[in-house]
Write a protein that binds this ligand. Structure first.
Ligand SMILES: [Zn+2]
Length: 154
């Protein structure tokens, strides 16, 4: 594992700002910690909620403004996942100069969550929804990349 991953916030093609790596990251490496205050859903301002990381039923981490957690975009073919509650880890070798992405659906229990996807990857699902509305086969295939609290619920 390398010492420190160097990340920058840059404009993406279709999703606004995103997180990019300047370093070469190896499969299984820690990329960054999704840092912020943890709180109950009813304590969090609604406009911030879509940027939060869900870590339990009604529990969310609000990312520090302009941190990597604030800007990390979704992809239906992500190169990272959330491990150990809020550690972003590489699924495969990444970069340098690649965008860091994660699949939001594998961290969301929020029933009825819906966000249009603009990842433009070949297996794009079109709509980002909560974990429990994903097809069974997709959930099974990506079990390893699913938030721990969701696995405990299913
Ligand atoms: Zn997509």
């Amino acid at each position: 594992m390398q010492d420190k991953v160097k990340l920058v916030i840059l404009q993406t093609g279709s999703t606004g700002l995103g997180v990019f790596t300047l370093s070469l990251i190896g499969e299984g490496d820690d990329v960054f910690v999704f840092e912020g205050d943890e709180g109950w859903v009813w304590e969090i301002e609604e406009e911030k909620l879509q940027r939060c990381l869900q870590v339990g039923i009604d529990r969310y981490i609000v990312p520090k403004p302009h941190s990597s957690g604030w800007y990390i975009n979704h992809s239906c073919s992500p190169n990272c996942y959330v491990s150990r509650k809020n550690q972003i880890v590489a699924i495969r070798n990444i970069g340098p100069r690649d965008e860091i992405t994660m699949d939001y659906s594998f961290n969301i229990a929020w029933e009825g969550f819906k966000m249009e996807c603009r990842c433009k990857t070949s297996n794009c699902r079109g709509m980002i929804k909560d974990y429990f509305s994903l097809p069974e086969n997709i959930r099974a295939a990506r079990r390893k990349y699913t938030s721990e609290y969701l696995l405990k619920m299913s």
